[in-house]
Design a protein around this ligand. Structure first.
Ligand code: SF4
Ligand code: SF4
Length: 366
């Protein structure tokens, strides 16, 4: 594939910016666009896209960071499990170890004991189980992007009779969360920037309900500056002509039908379950739980873990940030009590969190 020169890229960016300004001017009111995905929040800030947009376009962060939407009680339950069952070792992605539970405790306090292990891919779990004398409980968080890799690991574990692996499943699905968000009467969004990686798995069909119910532009975007500008251009072009459709501005990675093989693996291992989200509450069929054939890998059943509760640390505004109701800078803890070195909430911990993105790449409002 031919890559664009710096000059060509600059010209394209200028053309998109001019086009966005023209359409935004013709709309002549505030346009609120939610970037659903946490990596988009970071990329928009990193590429300084906000500085190129007209004043009547406002971008707000959405619930697209898996660490941020996981309730604090999930960490609390994991800590209790470590306390109560000395045979248990927790395997987790790095960010989760730094997120405080509702009492301010973190899993990172255990990393020195060897009972909390950081993994970079679900595939690492097989080797970890082989070298661990005891139970390995994987903290299963993430969206449709991560879930097929976990499903594939569990298929392998079942085939090889791996006995000491289980998954504490808190997986989330993006479309039901968008349905809940848009169904809220207080929702004032005009359009959605849809996640790139999630859409590479799901394809475009699961987003059609947005158009059918809300007649709203919803555009899948990639992660480079030009990807984001072209997606915003497509959004304002739709708004200016009164259209509301699902479009794909990330054709080099996202196919209409998604990744059929990954979807099949996911469905073989998991089924939709009602799930609790930080900020969004309980959403029907928005999570994924293990199918009965995989019950022995289900940590919740195996260790009789209590249900999750919706309790957060006092004063933490992550729940509002995740819903796009509050900008990070409006949280009284932002930059004072809460920094990436001493995070109070997950939005400051995660590399995809809105508060961390504002902190690292500038906190001028978009
Ligand atoms: S998995 Fe990819 S597309 Fe989904 S929220 Fe994370 S970065 Fe965005
Ligand atoms: S600044 Fe900290 S406490 Fe406030 S919303 Fe962000 S992460 Fe949560």
């Amino acid at each position: 594939m031919k890559t664009a020169s710096l000059e060509e890229t600059g010209k394209l960016a200028a053309d998109f910016t001019k086009g966005i300004s023209g359409y935004a001017k013709s709309i002549d009111r505030e346009i609120v666009i939610m970037e659903v995905c946490g990596t988009h929040t970071v990329a928009l800030r990193k590429h300084g896209i906000h500085s190129l947009l007209p004043r009547n376009i406002r971008l707000v962060s959405g619930p697209g960071c898996p660490v941020c939407v996981t309730p604090a009680s999930f960490i609390g339950n994991s800590l209790e499990l470590l306390e109560n069952d000395k045979s248990v070792h927790i395997a987790t992605f790095g960010d989760m170890a730094k997120v405080p539970d509702d009492k301010g405790r973190t899993l990172s306090g255990y990393t020195g004991t060897g009972r909390v292990r950081i993994v970079y891919s679900p595939a690492d779990l097989i080797a970890l189980c082989a070298e661990t004398d005891g139970e390995v409980v994987f903290l299963g968080i993430g969206f449709e992007t991560t879930i097929p890799a976990v499903a594939s690991t569990l298929l392998r574990a079942k085939k090889t009779g791996l006995a000491n692996l289980s998954v504490y499943a808190c997986f989330k699905q993006v479309p039901p969360a968008l349905l809940a968000l848009l169904s809220n009467p207080a929702c004032d969004l005009d359009a959605l920037l849809l996640p790139g990686h999630v859409s590479a798995i799901l394809g475009l069909a699961p987003y059609q309900f947005i158009v059918e119910n809300w007649h709203m532009p919803a555009v899948v975007a990639g992660f480079e500056g030009l990807d984001l500008l072209s997606a915003i251009f497509m959004i304002v072009r739709q708004l200016a002509s009164g259209r509301g459709t699902v479009e794909n501005a990330y054709g080099r990675a996202v196919r209409n039908e998604g990744n059929v093989k990954a979807l099949a693996i996911m469905r073989e291992v998991f089924s939709p379950v009602t799930s609790l989200w930080r900020g969004l509450g309980t959403i029907p069929l928005s999570g994924l739980g293990l199918n009965n054939d995989f019950a022995r890998f289900d940590a919740e059943r195996r260790f009789e873990l209590p249900p999750l509760t919706d309790t957060e640390q006092d004063g933490c505004m992550c729940a509002e940030v995740i819903q796009g109701k509050t900008q990070p800078r409006d949280c009284p803890f932002y930059g004072s009590r809460c920094t990436p070195d001493r995070p109070v909430g997950p939005c400051m911990v995660s590399s995809e969190g809105a508060c961390a993105a504002w902190f690292f790449y500038g906190d001028a409002p978009i």
